[in-house]
Write a protein that binds this ligand. Structure first.
Ligand code: UD1
Length: 339
């Protein structure tokens, strides 16, 4: 069974390709290498023993998308990761984000609607909830006005798919709302490769420990949380990747109860920034240098998932811990920098 993974050489995409191949799926990857490298293919091949088919294709080129699907009309599921994801950049370059994240979604979805098997998984984000009024956050929590064009593209993406599902009963789709994906494959063959200065917490921690950054700035120390720092639900990327396999299998096997479904993907446990640092120090034996600075604009105080829907309906839950994730992230960083 052939699955298309767009953005399949990116952080979450590459881990998902590994899990799909481990389950025996044939994978075709589309990636434009704008925030990834074709070396990731070697990592995937080293882990699974199978080199996935790869097409260097820009999904903004509508005609190329059309031609691709013409040549691959036997695809039985599409997992759509390809998108830009830097929140700050999206504020500076909104049109880049609307084009990269919305136009491409429309082009892909149009072609999916021509397939015999119309199964579509969308990469969404807990960012759609903003600062939720109640914790843990259920899938029924209201979607809040987006803080950034990036966040808006996730909300609009969900709406575009939902509207299409309303008029096309052959289309089956699941939006997966990720909490904070971190870590790397335990083999250290694939992991996260941020361009430039990392904006996200964990790559900043591992780069600081490698000596590439002076120290970590902890954004805000007087939030109304147990230790004053922000709380997030950090999910190991391998657990997250496995959820995509379960989701696409659900659609292929017609087990979905509605043709548009939404699931949170998180651990259900909130961890503060200081707890993440403690976990890193414990597993690495390092003593991370950090100082508490001003709050970062746009940060929510606390966000963690209510996970029972994913557990009861998808039959999926996380197995790996924060320590597992920090161990793998550190192993990966050390390997990458040694090259
Ligand atoms: C961000 C995005 C979210 C996106 C996710 C994954 C925002 C508002 N949200 O989530 O939409 O899906 O990345 O790409 O930007 N922190 C520090 N120092 C640092 C970096 C981070 O203290 O140098 C803190 C932050 O204040 C936050 C936590 O670490 O409390 C996690 O930050 P980050 O990894 O950037 O993720 P989010 O902001 O939660």
């Amino acid at each position: 069974m052939k699955i298309l993974v767009t953005g399949g050489l990116g952080f979450i995409g590459s881990h998902t390709v590994v899990e799909l191949q481990n389950e025996g799926f044939e994978v075709v990857i589309i990636d434009d290498l704008s925030n990834s490298s074709d070396k990731v293919l070697d990592g995937i091949t080293a882990i699974t023993g199978v080199k996935p088919h790869f097409e260097n294709l820009d999904l903004k080129e509508k005609h190329d998308v059309y031609n691709f699907f013409k040549n691959h009309n036997d695809i039985c599921g599409v997992i759509h990761f390809a998108a830009s994801k830097a929140v700050g950049e999206s504020v500076q370059k909104p049109l880049k984000y609307y084009e990269n994240n919305i136009s491409t979604l429309v082009y892909v979805l149009k072609e999916v609607c021509q397939l015999k098997e119309q199964n579509f998984i969308f990469s969404s984000s807990c960012t759609v909830y903003g600062q939720a009024d109640e914790l843990p956050i259920t899938e029924n929590a209201p979607v809040k006005p987006a803080e950034s064009p990036y966040g808006n593209t996730k909300q609009m993406g969900e709406e575009i798919i939902r509207d299409t599902c309303k008029v096309n009963s052959n289309l089956n789709s699941i939006s997966l709302r990720y909490f904070n994906p971190i870590g790397a494959h335990p083999s250290a063959e694939i992991g996260e490769l941020p361009l430039g200065v990392p904006q996200n917490l964990v790559p900043f921690i591992t780069q600081t420990a490698m000596g590439m950054r002076d120290q970590l700035s902890v954004f805000g120390g007087d939030y109304p949380t147990p230790d004053g720092t922000c709380v997030r639900d950090y999910i190991h990327v391998v657990d997250l990747a496995k959820a995509h396999v379960v989701a696409v299998q659900r659609l292929i096997e017609n087990k979905n109860t509605s043709n548009y479904e939404v699931f949170n993907l998180g651990t259900g446990k909130g961890s503060s920034v200081l707890e993440v640092i403690q976990s890193f120090d414990k597993v690495s034996g390092e003593k991370l240098k950090y100082r508490v600075v001003n709050k970062r604009e746009g940060d929510v105080i606390s966000a963690y998932a209510e996970t029972s829907k994913a557990k009861n309906v998808l039959g999926w839950e996380t197995k790996l811990t924060l320590d597992d994730a920090m161990t793998s992230a550190w192993k990966w960083e050390q390997k990458v920098r040694k090259k």
